[in-house]
Design a protein around this ligand. Structure first.
Ligand code: PAF
Length: 255
């Protein structure tokens, strides 16, 4: 498995690749959800490229960026085991030679749901995804449905800018009890893990947004929002733990 941390070395390698290229952009701390994206790309494409980059531009809270879990050696071992062809491991200076003075901004949906409480978050996401897609030039790029608002915004960006890539959404992978897999789950202590289950449970069983929010509150979660958009119920909560709160999101298509 090849690893790249400069634009020049990556572009040289990229120019040798042909066939269908699949791409899975991540912030590392890989779990079975990421493995499912990689497995789908490996199945559908001739080459699979992974990127691991904790993108400072999408964190509106510096403490959240500092706390974000990082497990590089385990991530590389998993990628190797799955048969990933190459991994991009950029440093911020590689992806932001412009010091983030150029940005991709969506002006409607990005300020709702998660965007309402995380100003600038989706501009950071769209900008880095545009940069990565331009560098990797994949035929297909794979994203999880757990971050459904992100997936919709990336799809919209690819369409708006006539980008030559297919954005593929993949079903959320869950633990046996229903909790959606997330790198942030690693930050939960045992009480937090138990409370976090209230997010998926309420999404599954509640008859309305208000009912879901109440069930989440009763489970000990601080509700950021529960809102239904286009037949899908979205929610974000803060889970209290002994070392601070952990923000989790989830969503479910309504029957
Ligand atoms: O979903 C993520 O892990 C990130 O938001 C992404 C798409 C890799 C951009 O940094």
């Amino acid at each position: 498995m090849r690893q790249f941390d400069t634009v020049i070395s990556w572009q040289e390698f990229r120019s040798t690749l042909s066939g269908r290229i699949g791409f899975v952009p991540t912030m590392g701390c890989l779990h079975a959800g990421h493995a499912a994206l990689l497995a789908r790309s490996l199945e559908e494409c001739d080459r699979t490229i992974l990127s691991i980059f904790v993108n400072p531009a999408q964190f509106n809270d510096p403490k959240d960026l500092e706390r974000y879990p990082r497990t590089l050696e385990a991530d590389l071992a998993l990628a190797r085991e799955l048969g990933v062809d190459a991994v991009l491991l950029p440093a911020p200076a590689m992806l932001y030679p412009d010091s983030y003075t150029y940005r991709v901004q969506e002006t409607l949906f990005s300020s709702q749901l998660c965007g309402a409480s995380r100003p600038g978050h989706f501009t950071g996401v769209l900008t880095v995804v545009m940069k990565l897609l331009n560098l990797v030039q994949p035929s297909r790029a794979y994203f999880g449905e757990k971050d459904h608002q992100q997936l919709e915004l990336i799809r919209g960006m690819a369409a708006a800018f006539f980008m030559n890539v297919e954005i593929v959404g993949c079903a959320t992978v869950r633990d046996a009890d229903g909790l959606a897999l997330s790198s942030r789950n690693r930050l939960l202590d045992s009480r937090g893990r138990e409370a976090a289950l209230g997010l998926a449970n309420a999404l599954r069983s509640a008859g309305s947004d208000a009912d879901a929010a109440q069930q989440m509150t009763e489970a000990g979660l601080a509700v950021d929002y529960v809102e239904t958009h286009a037949g899908r119920r979205y929610a974000a909560v803060s889970v209290p733990t002994a070392t601070g709160s952990v923000r989790l999101v989830d969503n479910l298509e309504l029957p």
